[in-house]
Design a protein around this ligand. Structure first.
Ligand code: ADP
Ligand code: MG
Length: 242
């Protein structure tokens, strides 16, 4: 099994949030991750692109420490506080929105922090709603609030907007960008949407057959215009690796 220390080793630099070293993962005979190396710095927003089946979710689950039953080797160092957001919000249906956000947290100001987190994601006043009363986009906002309230140093997201319509997805991009500016977690976003990757990330890596096929820095300002020639150039370059 890969060693998963859950804590950065002393020799790792202070600015490193996650480091994955020579990670191998197999399901039976099928080698899904193949000697993979990846380092993400604190504050950095990295998107992982790759075709379906290229190992994106396997990598994210390994970093999240959710991968217990596959054989593999390598080392993964992560910060102590990690949050994960999936494609479906995975809210507890029997708990109200606020309770979903603060479930498992202790401390006297938990309720206040939960209310603040919901306000930050645009859901002020919906604290007592049930998850089923919310749209898909609103449920993902709750999932983001649930992550935020835990002040993660690292946010892992596996196609978090994949089930949303195009307009809602754009609003969620704006929200995620705002939250990242304010809270500065390192982010690893898995997506199969090239434009989403360029919209949000500082760096885009492409996974192909369990190896990194490309590692491209995005040199665009905060306001990213799909019609910008540099956006188009990056899109073409990334599509060439997919
Ligand atoms: P991606 O997220 O890039 O679409 P995944 O990481 O989910 O890809 O899957 C990569 C490969 O690993 C796929 O071929 C998939 O079938 C296989 N795989 C993933 N999880 C399991 C599992 N629990 N058991 C067997 N094979 C798996
Ligand atoms: Mg996946």
């Amino acid at each position: 099994m890969a060693t998963h220390t859950g804590r950065l080793t002393a020799e790792a630099t202070a600015r490193t949030s996650v480091s994955v070293h020579q990670l191998n993962r197999s399901f039976g005979d099928h080698q899904v991750l193949n000697g993979l190396d990846l380092t993400i710095h604190a504050d950095e927003f990295v998107a992982i692109l790759g075709r379906s089946g290229s190992g994106k979710s396997t990598l994210l689950r390994a970093i999240a420490g959710l991968d217990h039953d596959v054989t593999g080797s390598g080392a993964i160092d992560t910060p102590d506080s990690v949050s994960v957001v999936f494609q479906d919000a995975r809210l507890l249906p029997w708990a109200r929105v606020l309770d979903n956000v603060i479930l498992g947290l202790g401390g006297p100001d938990t309720t206040t922090r939960g209310i603040e987190a919901l306000a930050e994601v645009g859901l002020a006043g919906r604290e007592r709603a049930w998850p089923t009363e919310l749209s898909g986009g609103e449920q993902q906002r709750v999932a983001l609030a649930r992550s935020l309230v835990r002040a993660p140093e690292l946010l892992l997201a596996d196609e978090p907007f994949g089930a949303l319509d195009a307009l809602t997805r754009i609003r969620m991009h704006d929200l995620l960008r705002t939250l990242c500016v304010r809270h500065r977690p390192a982010v690893l976003l898995v997506t199969h949407d090239v434009d989403e990757a360029i919209d949000l990330a500082d760096r885009v890596v492409v996974l192909d057959q369990g190896r990194l096929a490309a590692d491209i820095t995005v040199r665009l300002g905060a306001d990213r215009d799909h019609a910008d020639p540099e956006f188009g150039r990056l899109r073409a370059e990334l599509l060439g690796h997919l």
